[in-house]
Design a protein around this ligand. Structure first.
Ligand SMILES: NC(=O)c1ccc[n+]([C@@H]2O[C@H](COP(=O)([O-])OP(=O)(O)OC[C@H]3O[C@@H](n4cnc5c(N)ncnc54)[C@H](O)[C@@H]3O)[C@@H](O)[C@H]2O)c1
Length: 444
């Protein structure tokens, strides 16, 4: 095989500003966690950029450096944080309100640092998130003007914090369900629609547009469209900006994208998959609104169809019944409980059942994803990659893919894709797991 060549990657020098849209449970758990890790008061478990290794060459070579030693990545020490939120709470107040981290062990010791992170006024409209009310909101005569105000915030933040580079991550609430239409088809139509205050332009799209126009990579942690339509995909390519989403893959869906490839690998059938959740944080409250839930439901339902391919295996999966529910249940706060009942069948059609009860912590699972996305989107930009970053599908429930391509959902295919992309960037051989070379079958 020909030796691969490396891509030029600008070194990760200086300060990386991470702009979070939304300063709620996920964003503050991420920001506080980075600061605690920097002070040696906690470890960044769950983060591939901080703890993951990458195998290089043959298994006999025993080369498996840490990813962060293999490719130039921004360090935790290099990160500074900014945010927008319609609620005026600073990161300290928000941390206490969200109640994810222990007040005495993890919040009070970094009180000053967290108090320094105050949300900039948001582009917000209750039409898109019915269960929220906020006063820390920008005003403007139309959405284009609001986008310009965000662009100014981005430039001001960069100058004030002496950032060398920026990334933006959507950590804000899930908006109502919107289907891409004529306003999303081209940049000209999109800009015109912003000027006309077209209701099909949601705030998340205004942020994504502002980021791309400022040359800032944009990652979308919620299931809203945000940058998942032709106008922004094309703009991102034109401006050489990496974009991607949607929806952090953290709990129940992560399990689905691990279990369902196993059924398919063993040719076991699935008759039904019933998933339900109880969740008591503000995200749960927002998702209690049927219009926001619809956006989340679409994102959660898609994975099984793509992985199990009922059209290829009709005997096994064509009659599968798949249901997803999210129930707002305040006493649990951020500690979500996700139940799955899976009805499978094997040899001669004999039925079996699997029950999964995942007692997880939503923001504890999501925070390391925000960190990795910020760091890898910055890497993508320094490596000259632009448009949709399919190699980062690993982090998303409904990954964006190029037009005409179906998304890859299997967690371990996604991980292989991610690591092979890193190898490819640096000029290392991709790993196929073929392995015949160890056995010399029929070779002289
Ligand atoms: N935690 C997880 O495991 C997980 C997984 C996948 C996706 N998500 C998504 O991540 C997002 C954040 O979750 P969370 O638990 O932090 O929710 P949260 O309600 O605690 O925080 C969201 C914040 O976004 C703010 N917000 C809403 N609209 C905004 C706007 N237009 N501009 C700026 N800020 C805005 C809200 O005021 C709130 O403070 C949600 O969309 C959620 O669905 C979370």
């Amino acid at each position: 095989m020909a030796a691969p060549t490396s891509r030029p990657i600008a070194p990760a020098k200086g300060t990386l500003g991470v702009l979070c849209v939304g300063l709620g449970a996920v964003a503050t758990t991420f920001i506080a966690g980075v600061e605690l890790a920097r002070r040696g008061k906690g470890k960044p478990f769950g983060s591939l950029t901080q703890m993951g290794t990458i195998r290089l060459g043959k298994r006999t070579e025993h080369r498996s450096p840490l990813i962060k030693d293999f490719v130039s990545l921004a360090r935790l020490e290099d990160l500074v944080f900014g945010a927008w939120d319609p609620l005026p709470d600073n990161a300290y107040e928000s941390c206490l309100h969200c109640g994810v981290l222990d007040k005495h062990e993890h919040v009070e010791p970094i009180k000053d640092f967290l108090q320094g992170i105050k949300p900039m006024p948001a582009v917000f409209d209750q039409h898109y998130v019915k269960r929220l009310e906020g006063k820390n909101v920008k005003s403007g005569k139309n959405k284009k003007e609001l986008a310009e105000a965000l662009r100014k915030d981005i430039r001001d933040f960069k100058a004030k914090n002496k950032c060398d580079r920026l990334v933006m991550v959507w950590c804000a609430s899930t908006e109502i369900f919107i289907v891409p239409g004529p306003a999303h088809a081209s940049l000209a139509a999109f800009e015109k629609a912003m000027e006309a205050n077209d209701p099909s332009i949601a705030p998340s799209m205004v942020y994504a547009y502002a980021a791309v126009m400022e040359g800032v990579p944009f990652a979308n942690g919620a299931p809203n469209l945000s940058c998942d339509f032709p106008a922004l995909e094309n703009l991102a390519k034109e401006k050489h900006v990496p974009i991607g989403g949607k929806d952090f893959k953290t709990g129940q869906t992560m399990l689905k994208t691990v279990l369902s490839p196993m059924f398919k690998a063993r040719m076991l059938g699935v008759a039904g998959w019933y998933s339900t959740n109880i969740l008591g944080n503000r995200d749960g409250e927002v998702l209690d609104d049927p219009e926001s839930f619809k956006t989340k439901e679409e994102s959660k339902l898609g994975v099984l169809e793509y992985i199990l391919q009922p059209q290829v295996y009709p005997d096994l999966y064509a009659n599968m019944y798949h249901k997803v529910r999210i129930n707002y249940y305040p006493p649990r706060g951020d500690n979500k409980e996700g139940w799955d009942n899976i009805d499978i069948f094997g040899w001669l059609g004999y039925p079996m059942q699997i029950k999964v009860d995942f007692l997880c912590r939503d923001s504890i699972l999501a925070a390391p994803l925000v960190l990795d996305l910020a760091i890898f989107f910055d890497l993508a930009q320094r490596a000259g990659l632009s448009g949709i970053q399919e190699w980062l599908s690993f982090y998303f429930k409904s990954p964006q893919a190029a037009p005409g391509l179906y998304p890859e959902h299997d967690l371990f295919i996604q991980l292989t894709k991610l690591k092979n992309t890193l190898r490819w960037m640096v000029g290392e051989q991709a790993i196929t797991h073929l392995g015949v070379e160890y056995y010399e079958y029929g070779e002289k």
